[in-house]
Every structure is written in C-alpha cells, then in structure tokens.
Write a protein that binds this ligand. Structure first.
Ligand code: KG4
Ligand code: ZN
Length: 345
C-alpha cells in the first residue's frame, strides 16, 4: 500500500486565516478558520491589519491543525497556498510562510488560484461533478458565472461590472448601521421582513448577457433610507428594507444563473463564496435545479466562505497532475491577471 498523500492548505487572501490537512485529495483530516475580528471596528477589511494578523496567526494555526489531524510535519507530502487573486500583502504572508515551511520540510509548494478553488469547493462534500457544470462564485470581491468543463477548463460566462454581490450586502448593512460583515445579519433580518415593501431595481436582469451590476441597487437603497428621515428606524422597517434588498439581489443572481444553466445545457450547478451561504439564495437555486432535474452542489457555509480546505483540494490535484513545484508562486491581486484560463477551449 502506498503512503497517504497529505497536503497542507494555506489560505490568506483576505481577512480569514485558514489552514487544512487533506488526505489523498478527499479526506479532510483537520480544517481551521480564524476570522479576524479586528476589521469589525473599521466597518470593512483594512489590508495592513489583515497582513499583520495573518503573520501572527499562521504559525499557531498550522501547529494546531497538524495536532488535530494527528499528522507530524515530516509526514506532509506537499503544501498548497493561495497565490491569487486577493490582497497583495495578505497573499505575500501566506506564500512566504509556505515557501519557508516547504523548504524546511523538503516538500513541493504549489500556488493555487483562489477563484478556481471556489469553483470546485463543492467537490469536498459532493464528490466529482457531472460535466459540463455551471458555477456561481459570489463573495465580497467577486461575482462570477463560469462554465466548468473540467479541472483547468473554464469558459467565463459573466462577471459583475461594478460591485460584487457581497460588497453590496456589506455596503447596505453599513448604511443601515448593522455592522460588518453585512451578509449574515441582512440574511437573518430579511427573513422577518416584507420582500415587496420597497420596489428596488433588479439591475441587468433583462440584459442579453450574463453580467451583473450591484452599485445602482446600493444607491437605490441609500435613496430610500434617506427618504425615511434620521435614524433610529423601527426594527420592522429595517427588516422590510433588508428583505426588499435581498429579494433584488437574489432575483438577479438566480435569474442569470439559471439562464446560464439553460444556455450551457449544464448537467450540474454549484455555488461558492460567502454569499452562497445565503438561505434565500440556496432555496431558490435548489428550486431551479429541481425543476431542471439537475443536481445542485452547494457547499456547507464553512466551505462557501474563504477556507483552506478548497485550497488543499486544488493543490492536491495540481500535484497529482504533475505541476512543477515552486514554479509559479508570484502573488497577483486581480483575477484577470491571475493566469486562470478564462476563455474556454
Ligand atoms: O468568500 P468570502 O468569505 O470572502 C471574500 O469576500 O472572498 O465572502 C464574504 C462575503 C461578505 O461580503 C459577506 O457579507 C458575505 O460574503 N456573506 C453573505 C452571507 N454570509 C456571508 N452574504 C449574504 N448572505 C449570507 N448569509
Ligand atoms: Zn473567496
């Protein structure tokens, strides 16, 4: 029997420090995510503070993760680290740590694309996907619709032209004085409100393409709030605003995603990114997939958000494919320049 492949995943692209140990590309031996609470004080992610927090957290987190996985550092067979896209300072901390650790252990280090990891995160809980599939990645920084034809084979169907869906959630929550991050609190609050109380636009829902735009929606909410007079606003009013805003975001995301599924003739739909944890979005996507008789592959909330398990998964596949170690560890901020094959074949 050959020895187990044990890959250490490291994720530091934004404000979550996460590490995981994945065995044979399938079994999560341990997975830790440390959210950096310091950003709540500022109402958004402060890049400089994020880098410092990663630096402080990583060594301890790796030690705890190995101990929980009951794996000695010397048993690791490879390291996978996020190299793009993300906050450059945060990425540099993760990559520098990974390179040093890999050098000390004499094992290969591969650089993983964070968005590619979101595209495949559902595989950890749902197994291999029927292909072609459509994947929706919705987070604080991205709103992407992608046709997935296999590992490394993608055709970009649509993106946001301005704000990401999660960014809209965060900005609207800030406007309503609900703190940061905005998604989880608006998700809960919206459940108690009337989704037709405010007639917010469904931006670009009827455009012929599969792109998104959320900045106009945020402005529409700001105007509506301005008309209400000075805060504090009644709890029921806030719930109605949350429900109406959320209805507009979810209608738009679901409308375009299901149109993409139909255009591609997709055999499966998956979603990832923090906003994919949204309950209304999950319910509506499930109904759309049931209508079409295709599987919906939704990761649990923990694997929707930024996490090292998905980074270890892609790293395992890269090592298995024979990607050269240490070859491409340059950090890159933007998705467009991150080297992901976005054009299809
Ligand atoms: O993927 P993620 O953890 O980090 C990146 O941005 O890469 O996503 C975070 C985003 C935040 O904008 C947050 O407000 C949003 O995901 N989010 C949600 C929910 N949980 C997190 N948005 C809507 N509903 C949720 N339940
Ligand atoms: Zn992400």
């Amino acid at each position: 029997m050959s020895a187990a492949r044990l890959v250490l995943g490291i994720e530091t692209s934004c404000d979550d420090t996460s590490v995981a140990v994945l065995e044979d590309g399938r079994t999560l031996r341990a997975h830790l995510i440390a959210a950096q609470d310091v950003h709540r004080l500022y109402g958004g992610v402060v890049p400089e503070l994020a880098s410092r927090a990663h630096l402080e957290l990583l060594p301890r987190l790796v030690a705890s993760c190995l101990s929980e996985a009951q794996v000695a550092a010397g048993e690791l067979t490879g390291i996978a680290v996020t190299r793009a896209p993300g906050l450059v300072g945060s990425l540099v901390v993760g990559v520098a740590f990974a390179r040093a650790y890999g050098l000390a252990l004499g094992i290969p280090v591969v650089g993983v694309n964070h968005i590619e990891a979101h595209l495949h995160a559902a595989t950890l809980e749902h197994g291999a996907s029927p292909l072609p599939a459509v994947a929706l990645v919705v987070s604080g920084g991205h709103t992407e619709l992608v046709e997935v034809r296999g590992f490394g084979r993608y055709r970009w169907l649509g993106s946001t032209r301005d704000d990401a869906a999660g960014e809209a959630y965060d900005k609207v929550a800030k406007l309503l004085g609900l703190g940061f991050p905005g998604g989880p609190v608006l998700d809960r609050l919206g459940e108690r409100g009337n989704r037709t109380a405010f007639a917010f636009p469904r931006p670009m829902l009827d455009s012929a393409d599969l792109d998104f735009s959320f900045s106009g929606l945020k402005t529409a909410v700001a105007l509506a709030v301005g008309r209400l007079g000075p805060p504090p606003h009644a709890e029921t009013l806030l719930a109605d605003l949350a429900a109406s805003f959320q209805a507009a975001v979810v209608d738009t995301l679901v409308g375009k995603t299901l149109r993409a599924v139909d255009q591609v003739g997709a055999c499966a739909l998956s979603a990832g990114g923090g906003v994919a944890a949204n309950r209304e979005l999950r319910t509506r996507l499930a109904a759309g997939c049931e209508e079409r008789g295709i599987p919906l592959r939704l990761p649990s909330s923990r694997l929707c958000a930024d996490n090292a398990a998905m980074i270890a998964l892609i790293g395992s596949w890269m090592l298995e494919r024979g990607d050269p170690a240490d070859a491409d560890l340059d950090v890159v901020a933007s998705l467009e320049e991150s080297g992901l094959p976005m054009g299809g074949d």
